[in-house]
Write a protein that binds this ligand. Sequence first.
Ligand SMILES: [Zn+2]
Length: 407
Amino acid sequence: MWADAHDLDLDLKKANFGRNPTFYQQNPPPTTTLPLTLLRFQKVKMFTHRLVFPASVLRGRGAIKHLGSMCGRLGQRALLVGGKRAIASVEASVIDQLEQQMVSYLGHEVLSGECCQEEISRLAEAFRVQGVEVIIATGGGRALDTAKAAGVACNLPVVTLPSIPGTCAAVTSLAFRYHQDGRFRDMLPLNYGPAAAVIDADLLAQAPLNWLAAGIGDTLAKWYEYRAISDEHNLTGLAGVARTNSALCFTQIEHFAADACLAVEQGKANNALEQVLDAIFLYAGLTSIMSNGAHTGAAHALYEGFTVCSKTRHFPHGLLVGFGNLCLLALENRSDDELQAALALARASAIPTQLAHLSAELTEQDLASIIDHSLTAPDMANMPFEVDFAAMKAAIERVDSLGRSLI
Ligand SMILES: [Zn+2]
């Protein structure tokens, strides 16, 4: 039955909530009211570490062929939720899958705009009105996060079917919430993770290359940032797993990124793409889970800086983080050789390697405001050394200069 998709059963609870909709009411997971900053690395000694895994992960080429049987175990009335383009690309396959299992297809709900509380509440109300029993969420991070949060609000199982590989949102129990105007609001911890994540390499090979590059940039950050903020001689078991996983993220991408990009350019999945997708969704997801989300540093702080500038904020998260990774290496005073190797890997992965790749019109004033904002971003507080304006500016200039001289 599982001929070409591996069923990685990561579940600790062997979720059975499709047949028992009150499962989570009877078994409420522990929650924390601690602000995120207190959950950061090295500040978690008194905190109960909550590990929330997706119940099942189906990965590989043709994984979508198991969507119907997966949904059939969870409920009899399914709704597809996602962005317009994502719905258009998967709806026929979803209907076919549900018909094979005699699961009723209730239609689709199009998400527009941000993952904001208003949209989460609107969607949750739609689930209640339509008597939804299982949600199929498709699209990128924002769509998946909105659907996950609305599903949890209604105590319903959510099956994620990512159509672009820009983040690991398909497997996490977090929603990145924004305000309606696009400003970042918070990271909302959800009481449970996806009932299943269906990561189909054939489907993801059709996504624009920019999204694979973004996923790679964000996944490389797992290694560059976790290496920077963790002390390899003083790791707890969980931190050790997070670090080992983040190293695996790096080696998989180092080996397979170039061929994976080729696969996406040709719209045809290959083994390299599968390996890179595993890094983006599984290993990066595990680093996030094992570190309780406390794995970020200067690369993400610089990303937050880029979001205040109208010339750079439209870039996918992972592409800005990807450039931030290089600046982090420069901040750490790594050698030119090491930096050049990282730049070559970034370029092979379609990640920006110079400021002009982000915007040809960045002024000194824009850059100063980006840097100022990055220095006060919460992610910067995780760095083991002080980063000031001059250091950040010098790091960006060094990367930009080496990036421009890449042959
Ligand atoms: Zn990120």
